[in-house]
Design a binder for this molecule. Structure first.
Ligand SMILES: Cc1cc2nc3c(=O)[nH]c(=O)nc-3n(C[C@H](O)[C@H](O)[C@H](O)COP(=O)(O)OP(=O)(O)OC[C@H]3O[C@@H](n4cnc5c(N)ncnc54)[C@H](O)[C@@H]3O)c2cc1C
Length: 539
């Protein structure tokens, strides 16, 4: 075993968002500090230095790999720290508190599928819990090796060295891609073929194909291909009991779909090593604009009219007025709908015009000049500002967390006929929970990330000043109330962030009991020693 691991060429910061050396810019920092002072009265913006490796004391690794696997494994403190948490608010808060208690004993970096098979064989026989790790961008405790008792040790299985597009089929427009490929590398390898997967979660830069499939991630586009599920032709799952892979087909009615067992399994049934993915031609025709509304409910009805008209815009995001203000897409005086169409084949003008008619029916107003910007319209005005904020906001947590701000998001979905009441209940419950947990008034904003003909996927952001010594405890109190409110009002505990460890109590109640037992039976067959990501998805 090495203390110098065969790790990725570029490493993410172990305590926050981005690669080592990447941070918020000085201007962004100034903006966030001004917001903290103006909105939350935080004057004492003294610098809390970023965590350093030598400030953490890790327990001694409890297990060592056999000689045959030693070159793939590392117990170096930096490797273990980098695989302790994902990138949620409590993850970053614990790093700033210099707490890395759940660090894995070992990190393994397989370079081939056979390496994965060998590692699972050894881990099964030695009773070592294995936590698959793609980009490590989980925000639900999915990669945290908190596995309970009964294991000799924990191993984080980092797929980062399996990062290649192996085959492209330009006729059917599909590619065989290794699971550890991060978003930018995946698109860069497809670009010479004029093709794209066109799946852009906000975490695109630092998340992997295998992670997207394992968590059923949601991309940037608001309608049609929303989840990664739609793009999986077939996924290859290496389990402790063997390999499971269905044949490549555009569709099949032959019984329950084996791919559906791998998609969303979050590492609990095996390791996705590669997948054949459906591709598209790169869009060249674009139309985009933003629409202002004086009433949130009317804006929601306009969005419903557009999606039910079968226009399928690439973007159809309703931002409530405070969300619009926070993301610089508005000044806080109006709710804003960001609207965009894309195609590789035909002009989008007619669709845009019809969508604007729908918006106009509910009092929507837009800027004709922004429309005239044509192909570039989606990068200008409110749409452009929103896009920039969307890409840069994940860096802000490294500024807000040491200031003592609890800043987190949660997402769900609900059918249209329940939406208005649902939205009001969730907002009120979260506001009350923030006040109870911290004694301070916080803010809750809402946007739609995805919309369907039968309902939206609302995404809530909450922010409140907490007590720097009790941030995770206070966050948990708020999270429990908000999650209970989602469940009681009939929403799902997650539309695309996944289950992980954080959402298990609500997921257990949400899924039919018999289905939970079917999952347990599947796990007992595929993972008889119960070593695969224990505590996630399956009880
Ligand atoms: C700032 C930010 C923005 C985000 N935006 C979005 C968004 O727009 N849409 C969205 O859906 N999510 C989003 N997320 C959540 C996260 O990025 C997704 O869940 C993503 O799909 C995780 O991919 P990953 O490669 O980072 O997986 P990881 O975080 O490494 O792992 C996630 C889960 O999948 C399992 N896993 C990973 N790889 C494999 C594999 N090869 N085989 C089996 N199991 C595996 C892990 O064990 C874990 O349970 C965001 C997160 C952050 C921090």
């Amino acid at each position: 075993m090495t203390s110098q691991s065969p790790r990725r060429p570029r490493r993410m910061k172990f305590w926050g968002w981005g690669f080592e050396g990447e941070s918020a810019t000085p201007d962004e920092k100034k903006l966030v500090l001004a917001m903290a002072k103006h909105r939350f009265g935080i004057e004492d913006a003294a610098e809390t230095p970023a965590p350093r490796e030598d400030e953490f004391t890790l327990t001694k690794p409890r297990v060592a790999p056999p000689a045959s696997l030693a070159p793939l494994c590392s117990s170096a403190p930096l490797d273990r720290l980098a695989h302790t948490y994902g990138k949620s608010f409590p993850d970053i808060a614990r790093m700033f508190a210099r707490d890395a208690a759940p660090a894995p004993d070992l990190v393994a970096y397989p370079t081939s599928e056979q390496d994965v098979v060998d590692i699972l064989d050894w881990a099964s026989s030695a009773r070592i819990a294995v936590v698959p790790y793609g980009g490590g961008s989980s925000v639900v405790g999915g990669v945290e090796p908190l596995v309970g008792g009964g294991f000799a040790g924990t191993l984080s299985l980092d797929l980062g060295l399996l990062g290649r597009v192996l085959e492209v089929d330009p006729v059917s427009r599909a590619a065989r891609i290794q699971a550890g490929t991060l978003g930018p590398a995946l698109e860069a390898q497809l670009a010479p073929h004029g093709l794209t997967l066109r799946h852009f979660p906000q975490s695109f830069q630092y998340s992997s194909l295998g992670g997207w499939i394992a968590t059923r991630s949601g991309g940037h586009f608001a309608t049609l291909g929303t989840h990664i599920d739609d793009f999986v032709e077939t996924a290859r799952l290496v389990t402790p009991k063997g390999v499971m892979e269905a044949r490549r087909l555009p569709g099949s009615g032959a019984g329950p779909d084996p791919n559906r067992l791998a998609i969303g399994s979050e590492g609990a049934l095996g390791v996705i090593t590669e997948a054949w993915m459906r591709l598209q031609a790169k869009p060249t025709f674009r139309a985009g604009t933003s629409i202002r509304f004086s009433d949130f409910d009317k804006a929601a009805r306009a969005v419903r009219a557009i999606v039910q008209a079968g226009l399928w815009p690439a973007n159809l995001r309703l931002l409530d007025r405070n969300e619009a203000r926070n993301t610089l897409a508005g000044d806080g005086s109006a709710d804003v709908v960001v609207l965009a169409f894309e195609s590789a084949d035909h002009d989008q003008g007619a669709k845009m015009r019809r969508a604007l008619e729908c918006a106009g029916d509910f009092g929507g107003q837009w800027d004709e000049r922004q429309l005239a910007a044509g192909a570039g319209g989606h990068r200008e005005g409110a749409s452009g500002a929103w896009r920039n904020a969307f890409l840069r906001a994940p860096f802000f947590r490294e500024i807000t967390t040491p200031l003592g701000l609890i800043f987190d998001t949660f997402e769900t979905s609900i059918t249209w006929e329940r939406f208005a009441e649902f939205h009001a209940k969730i907002k009120a419950a979260t506001e009350a929970a923030m006040a109870r947990a911290t004694g301070n008034e916080g803010s809750v904003t809402c946007r739609f990330t995805h919309v369907y003909p039968d309902g939206p996927a609302p995404y809530f952001t909450f922010m409140v000043r907490g007590d720097r010594r009790r941030l995770v405890e206070q966050w948990r109190e708020i999270k429990i109330v908000a999650s209970d409110a989602l469940a009681a009002a009939g929403g799902t505990i997650t539309h695309h962030h996944a289950v992980g460890r954080d959402h298990m109590p609500w997921y257990r109640k949400e899924r039919p009991d018999l289905f939970g037992r079917v999952l347990e039976a599947a796990k007992a067959t595929l993972d008889p020693a119960g070593i695969m990501n224990p505590g996630v998805v399956v009880g």
